[in-house]
Design a binder for this molecule. Structure first.
Ligand code: 5AD
Ligand code: SF4
Length: 453
């Protein structure tokens, strides 16, 4: 490991949970190289961008921020006399050397499969004062022997696989994250056990399509078995992201119903409610198949909450198709939905297609969808009014720092007052009971009950 002692680094993370995990790995590697983490750009000798290119606005934001770095003077007292800029993640993997041509202030570009090279690349960039580029194709699954620095003491991301084989027609992910590559089950379970021993109370298993976990190494998916095995480690709360409806099996539904630590919540991207658009998107399920899964889950896991991703304005989407999406949103009753206007991603099949709807029509659909999603989320939260919910306390509320906030089992944000005479910090990481007296669209609030502290 090169010696970067005396240097201060900042990580800016964009995009999905996989990037959040990759950033924890970056921090682990930088700490192992003796660099010190800071929170402000002005205090940093090295700014590391962990980038996302899944939608156009993600690209634009990152490029704007990279460009703005060149106007900032070096940190006062910096031994480098300059500020290094490193770009990793999905844009690094996609654009490689083109990034260095477009942004002469970039010093290091690395990809999604060689994060562990970052300290060495930085050391080389410093030693020879020349930009360094290193990208590889995917060959190795995640290696848990690399150090990570977790953002939270009691919550952890645990990657079980990387990559995606699905090639949804709008999506860039398979091109920048490679093909599915599962980690051996024993390794994932051993990692989970180590996290439990370290005081972690909630694990979120990560993969682009967790339901096909194991297919590449065992010949058939083993996700349900993995859930059962991780459930036996003593973890209190178990979640997972992201599920593909075409691969979600009855065995997994059964595991969700029977493994006590699996939380009654599922993120199940639907993308569209129109069978025609779903086929065009290469999603390989129909609206009725999707609703069938939702019904089975509602029956198997009482009170389960759902969230989803929806794309509006896919090139072949007409008003009638959009109304099918509105209908499915209404029928499921999502507690949360991430809504996106379709954006062209160069290199994907859909990028070649012309849109059948105008910008204005698409914007209008998007606005109508957001309204229905918000109403649905509000309604979904009302069922918890007056109920006592279990909350894993995360910290002070961002809206009101006289309150604490955390997540319910159904993944709702819950705010409540810190009990008198108790330091808020003492409550963080505990699982407490809150009686809900107010249920809004995006949060619940209430009073602590019992005295679990
Ligand atoms: N345009 C808009 N949204 C997209 N997503 C993925 N690719 C695109 C795109 N080209 C959305 C999908 C996916 C989420 C992570 O991002 O809804 O589930
Ligand atoms: Fe993209 Fe589809 Fe793979 Fe999800 S399943 S990462 S949307 S290609």
């Amino acid at each position: 490991m090169p010696d970067l002692s005396g240097l201060r680094y900042l990580v800016k993370t964009f995009g999905c949970q996989m990037n959040l995990f990759d950033s924890e790995l970056v921090c682990g590697l930088m700490e192992a190289a003796q660099a010190k983490r800071v929170e402000e750009v002005e205090d940093a000798d090295i700014v590391i961008f962990m980038t996302c290119c899944v939608r156009e606005n993600a690209d634009t934001r990152v490029f704007g921020q990279i460009a703005s770095m060149k106007n900032l003077p070096a940190r006062s007292g910096s031994q480098l006399g300059t500020r290094l800029v490193a770009v990793g993640g999905c844009i690094g993997q996609r654009d490689g050397g083109k990034l260095i041509e477009s942004f002469p202030n970039i010093d290091v570009v690395f990809g999604t499969h060689n994060i562990e090279e970052l300290p060495e690349l930085l050391a080389q960039a410093i030693a020879c004062a020349k930009p360094q580029l290193s990208l590889i194709d995917d060959r190795v699954p995640y290696d848990s022997s690399f150090p990570t620095v977790r953002e939270s003491r009691f919550q952890a991301w645990l990657p079980i696989m990387k990559g995606c084989n699905n090639f949804c027609s709008y999506c860039i992910v398979p091109y920048v994250r490679g093909r599915e590559m599962s980690r051996p089950m024993e390794e994932v379970v051993a990692d989970a056990r180590a996290l439990v021993d370290d005081g972690v109370r909630e694990i979120t298993l990560l993969g682009q399509n967790v339901n096909s976990y194991g297919r590449d190494i065992y010949g058939n998916p083993r996700f349900a078995k993995l859930l059962r095995a991780v459930g036996k480690t003593g973890i209190e709360r178990l979640r997972f992201l992201t599920s593909h409806p075409k691969d979600l099996t009855d065995e997994t539904i059964e595991a969700m119903a029977t493994v006590e630590s699996i939380m009654p919540f599922l993120h199940l991207p639907v993308q569209s409610g129109s069978n025609k658009v779903l086929a065009d998107m290469n999603r390989r399920y129909t609206a009725s198949h999707y609703l069938g899964i939702i019904d089975k889950l509602k029956a198997a896991v009482p009170g389960i909450a759902f969230s989803t991703d929806i794309i509006v304005g896919y090139p072949t989407e007409t008003e009638a198709d959009f109304l099918d999406t509105m209908a499915i949103v209404d029928e499921v009753g999502y507690s949360q939905a991430f809504t996106f206007i379709y954006s062209k991603r160069a290199g994907t099949p859909a990028a070649e297609m012309e849109n059948v709807s105008t910008r204005e029509e698409i914007q209008d659909r998007f606005d109508r969808l957001v309204e229905v999603v918000q109403r649905g989320a509000y309604d979904a939260n009302q069922v918890d009014r007056g109920k006592v919910v279990k909350v894993l306390v995360e910290g002070l509320s961002k809206r009101d720092d006289s309150k604490l906030s955390g997540r319910s089992e159904k993944n709702q944000t819950v705010h409540f007052d810190c009990p008198e005479g108790i330091e808020p910090e003492q409550m963080v990481g505990r699982i407490v009971e809150v009686r809900v007296d107010l249920a809004r669209t995006w949060y619940l609030s209430g009073e602590l009950v019992g005295q679990p502290w």
